[in-house]
Design a protein around this ligand. Sequence first.
Ligand SMILES: Cc1ncc(COP(=O)(O)O)c(C=O)c1O
Length: 385
Amino acid sequence: MTTPTQHRLCMIPGPVEFDADVLSAMATPATSHVDPLFIEKFGSAIELLRKVFFAPTGQPFVVAGSGTLTWDATAANLIENGDNVLVINTGIFGDWFAECIGVYGGVVDAVRAPFGSRPSLAQIEAALTSKHYKLVTVTHVDTSSGVLNNIEDICALVKRVSPNTLIALDGVCSVGAEVIKQEEWGIDVVMTGSQKALGVPPGLAVMVVSKRALEVALNRKSPPTTYFASFKKWLPIMQKYEARQASYFATPPVQLILALQVSLEQLVAAQGSLEHRFAQHRVASAKVKDTLESWGLKIVPVNRACAANTLTAVYYPAGVAPAEFLGKVGSRGVVLAGGLHPEHATKYFRIGHMNVSVVNDSLVKHLDTTLNAIKAALQECGHKI
Ligand SMILES: Cc1ncc(COP(=O)(O)O)c(C=O)c1O
């Protein structure tokens, strides 16, 4: 725990740095979850989520939890014992999502690619034509590899080859920063957590579900295999709050939802449009990647087309030891993340660039501070720049 004066910049791929207005929205006295002021803010957050997810007819769900709970919710509400699920895997989060689906009785196949790349559309098409899948899951940005998936193309392919298959997008490391047009692209479930590009402290599981997926969940043969994450339980609660009425199933994390509402307002206001915010993330990402490459480092994604804009995963140069390097960056006031993929973890590190560190870059200079700390640490570790 650090005090504000000791604070080191948190440049990991989530939790990210927080905007002051988002943080101060949480500093309320004890507030009832049925207080009219809270009801108004929760209702507003639900409405704003439809805008941020580009899902005008989608059903938002916001519950206490983290991104992982949205996997459980998706699987427990949509999957029945023996249902086939195809997981498009670009890193360890694909493996873990697959494991989660298995817990709820899904029978999982995966399409994979070597570390740093993504499966081809031909591979996905071959899998989709081999049997009927009830659900396809895809990770937009796999935070373990920094790989960005081509969601629009994958959705178009699924619609063409297997239109009845539901599509679930793990947008935990992308929502609010990478382009997602949920309804236009036909995505049934888009999932995220509060602590990444939404720029809210950890603790919220956030998802928007299509009408089609909601019908599947509400009309399943067996009861949902979850109590807390049941769409059936939460749907009337979300509807009531949106109608500005008191409601209760399980206590909502009041202060986090107040922060979410402020963050979502900022997102939709982002100097005119969300598109502008997406563009800012592309610019920030290119700045980080170009700089690292100009110093002789190699990024993990095999090319820029499949490189995320929310984080940069980059290999340590030869001779640079992970713990020493990360320690030296830390002593300059910047926290980075090491590698996460179990097979490659010691070969690369990760820099998060989302939300306030990107959209206020010219003001806060988080990117320059981070790059300067990396440069100095690399040089001290013996890497010639
Ligand atoms: C792509 C992706 N999916 C899912 C998760 C799990 O989210 P959480 O840690 O909030 O449970 C993460 C967390 O980093 C993630 O990056």
